[in-house]
Ligand binder design. Structure first.
Ligand code: NAD
Ligand code: UDP
Length: 320
C-alpha cells in the first residue's frame, strides 16, 4: 500500500518541491492550498499525475479528508516579510487556527505531522549562531511579530498535542531557503535582487547591508525535511545552510552572476530586521545525518537559470 501524505501550502515554493519529492519517493500526495501567496503554475506539471490530487482549501477552516492518512506536512503560511505585513491577520490565523485544525486531523487519522517553523522564532538573535536551545528575542508587538509569534504558538501547540495526546510530531526550524519557483515579487532578497538585475534596475539594499543571512538551496532543505519526518526525533531541529554572508557581499555576488551594470542603492532597514542569522546545524547532523551539499555558487546559478525562463510579462508584473 502506498503511504498517503497531506502537504499544506502545496502551491507555494517549498510545498511544491515537497510534493515532487514525496511523489518521487513513491507516496500518494494530497496537496492543499488557498493560493493566497502561492501560484497554480507551481503544480501544473502534476495535473495528470495519478499519485497526486489537489484540494483548494483554506486550512483555517475545518479540514475534511476522506480515508487514511499517514503523514502531514504543514507548510501553509505567508513566508516573506512583505506578504505577512500585507496579510497580518491571515498569517496569525494560519499559524494558530490552521495548525490547530491540522493537529486535530493528525490525531483523528493517527498520522505523524511535521510543521514548518522558522528561524524567526529566534527574532533578532542575541546568540550567534542560533542553537535550538536559544529561546529567542522577538518583539511581540512589532510588525514582524505576526509571523514570529504565530510560529512560536505553532511550536507550543504542536508540543502540547504531542505531550497531551501522544501525537507523533516533528518541528523543522527552517532558515532562509531559495531556489526555482520562488515568487519574483515576494520581496525576499534573492528574487528581489535577481528580478532587479533582469529588469535592468538598481539593486536595493536595506540598511547598510552589514546584516547577515545564511542561504540554503531548496533541494538541501527538502532532503532535511524528508529525513526529519522519517526520523524518531520530536524536538525542534534547525534546517539551513550555515554559510553566512552579509547582504552587501551577497548583492555583489548577484551583480557578478548576472553581469548587470546597474548600481546598488540603499533604502531604510525595515523595523526589527534581524542583524545576524546563521543556523547551528550540529543537531541535524547528529540526529538526521544531514547537512547541505549545494554551495551558494551552484544554487544561485540554478536559481538564476529559472528566473531567466520567466516571460517579459511575468518579469515586469508588479504586485504592489
Ligand atoms: P510560499 O508563500 O511560497 O508558500 C506558502 C503557501 O501557503 C502558499 O502557496 C499559500 O497560498 C499557502 N497558504 C497560506 N495560507 C494558507 C491557508 N490559510 N490555507 C491554505 N493555504 C495557505 O512560502 P514558502 O517559502 O514556500 O514557505 C512555506 C513554509 O515554510 C511556510 O510555513 C514558511 O513559514 C516556512 N518557512 C519558509 C522559509 C523560506 O526561506 N522559504 C523559511 C522559514 C520558514
Ligand atoms: N533585503 C534587502 N533588499 C531587498 C530585500 C531584502 O537588502 O530588496 C534584506 C532584508 O532587509 C534582510 C535580508 O535582505 O536583511 C533578507 O531578507 P528576506 O526578506 O529575504 O528574508 P528575512 O528578512 O525574512 O530573512
Amino acid at each position: 500500500m502506498m503511504k498517503k501524505i497531506l502537504i499544506t501550502g502545496a502551491a507555494g515554493f517549498l510545498g511544491s518541491h515537497l510534493c515532487d519529492r514525496f511523489i518521487n519517493e513513491g507516496y500518494y500526495v494530497i496537496g492543499m492550498d488557498n493560493f493566497i501567496t502561492g501560484d497554480k503554475k507551481n503544480l501544473f506539471h502534476l495535473e495528470e499525475n495519478l499519485c497526486f490530487e489537489f484540494i483548494e482549501h483554506d486550512v483555517t477552516e475545518f479540514i475534511n479528508i476522506e480515508g487514511d492518512l499517514d503523514y502531514i506536512l504543514h507548510f501553509a503560511s505567508p513566508a516573506s516579510p512583505i506578504d505577512y505585513l500585507k496579510i497580518p491577520i491571515q498569517t496569525l490565523k494560519v499559524g494558530s487556527l490552521g495548525t490547530h485544525n491540522l493537529l486535530g486531523l493528525a490525531k483523528a487519522k493517527k498520522a505523524r505531522i511535521l510543521i514548518a517553523s522558522t528561524s524567526e522564532v529566534y527574532g533578532d538573535p542575541l546568540v550567534h549562531p542560533q542553537t535550538e536551545n536559544y529561546y529567542g528575542n522577538v518583539n511581540t508587538i512589532g510588525p514582524r511579530g505576526v509571523y514570529d509569534e504565530a510560529k512560536r504558538f505553532q511550536e507550543s501547540i504542536t508540543m502540547a498535542y504531542h505531550r497531551f495526546h501522544g501525537l507523533e510530531t516533528r518541528i523543522a526550524r527552517i532558515f532562509n531557503t531559495y531556489g526555482p519557483r520562488m515568487r519574483l515579487n515576494d520581496g525576499r532578497v534573492i528574487p528581489a535582487f535577481i528580478g532587479q538585475a533582469l529588469r535592468g534596475e538598481d539593486l536595493t539594499i536595506f540598511g547598510d547591508g552589514s546584516q547577515t543571512r545564511s542561504f540554503c538551496y531548496v533541494d538541501d532543505q527538502v532532503e532535511g525535511i524528508y529525513k526529519l519526518l522519517l526520523s524518531s526525533y520530536g524536538l525542534p531541529v534547525n534546517i539551513g545552510n550555515p554559510h553566512e554572508i552579509t547582504i552587501k557581499e551577497f548583492a555583489e555576488e548577484v551583480i557578478k552572476l548576472t553581469g548587470t551594470t546597474q548600481n546598488i542603492v540603499y533604502k531604510e532597514l525595515p523595523q526589527d530586521d534581524p542583524l545576524q542569522r546563521q543556523p547551528d546545524i550540529s543537531l541535524a547532523k547528529k540526529q538526521l545525518n544531514w547537512e547541505p551539499k549545494i554551495n551558494r555558487e551552484e544554487g544561485m546559478a540554478r536559481t538564476y537559470e529559472y528566473f531567466k525562463t520567466l516571460s517579459k510579462e511575468e518579469l515586469f508584473k508588479s504586485e504592489h
